[in-house]
Design a protein around this ligand. Sequence first.
Ligand SMILES: *Cc1c(COP(=O)(O)O)cnc(C)c1O
Length: 428
Amino acid sequence: MSVMPEPLLALDRAHVWHPYSTLVDPPSVFAVESASGVRLRLADGRELIDGMASWWSVIHGYNHPGLNAAVRAQLERMAHVMFGGLTHAPAVALAAQLVAITPAPLDAVFFADSGSVSVEVAIKMAIQYWAARGKPGKQRLLTVRGGYHGDTFAAMSVCDPVTGMHRLFQQTLAQQFFAPRPAIRYGARWDESDIAELARLLEVHREEIAAVILEPVVQGAGGMWFYAPEYLRRVRELCDAHGVLLILDEIATGFGRTGRLFACEHAGIAPDLMCLGKALTGGYMTLAATLATREVAETISRGDPGVFMHGPTFMANPLACAAALASVELLLGGPWAERIAALEQALETGLAPARALQQVVDVRCLGGIGVIELAMPVDMRIAPRAFVERGVWVRPFGRLVYVMPAYVMAPADVAALTAAMCEVVATF
Ligand SMILES: *Cc1c(COP(=O)(O)O)cnc(C)c1O
């Protein structure tokens, strides 16, 4: 690179938006020069063990030779081609693979360019489905508090109404129905009262509700909360009883993160629509997918206007599809379940000392996710630097200090990462 770190950071500060950030006195960012395996190499030469897997996505580690080769081979053929009226092997092979590995009723794949868009697509499909069945009044959604489904408008409307962006965009956001956050933890004994309000809302508003949308088992960006799979089983039954579709947003949980290939498998249920993203390409490129059952796909296709009304310019980008296909094959070709079980154990062992800290209200691990929940919000002007100084990359939000490393992280690196987390948290 010809641009040195200091001018680069000054230009960044002057002109570049970062996620959920400000251009007036922005908090410092760190320049990454390259990344390999589970390590980020900063422009100043420091190396960090990466706890974030670039927001759930880099499940095999950075700069993976197999994924690099797959993208390079596709690049030699074509980087992109429009998907209207044309098709290509990477998209078809990936769609077939996704249909094969997701729960059986899911049978049709719509490729989108980001997770948020795949959520928009699922919502549009649900509404078109009911219109095709002569129920155009079913246009609203039911969800739970504490959720996160993306930053575009329909996705925002089903994010948590308090921590989400409802206040700012009140006049433009669709008004949806919210039940309380599932209260019973993953692994705790089920109690039917947990589902009572959702059941009541479904009963009262079934003629207005097109779909229930949930993150299965793990609520991610809305609070890193792990809830009882029984909740999902009951939601599936209630949706069937009341004639409402079920959308499961597996964008964060898909591809093994919770210990099952898809989190809905914890409950042994299948949705009518499923959203995939994040780890889909092994973190190489932006790609997402909405999967629908044959029944949903055919109902939409036979109804008015006879087509599904969506079509992104970069739909099914061949480079992204090639990366995704290679990533899924790499995952399925290795002992992913054993690796994630071992990662869960290592996270549990490494984070256990944090339970004794007075700043900490909860420590929880599930699959490849480890969470320390604090009593008070983390100071984001101080925390990132404290982690970097200890040689790790951890980006807390709110009261949560959490990691979801690449599945291939070695035990010694998990130990170093979790030790740094406990150390930094003790200074808060
Ligand atoms: C990240 C995320 C999204 C949004 O995906 P983008 O690719 O950032 O648009 C939606 N739902 C869940 C559960 C997510 O974790």
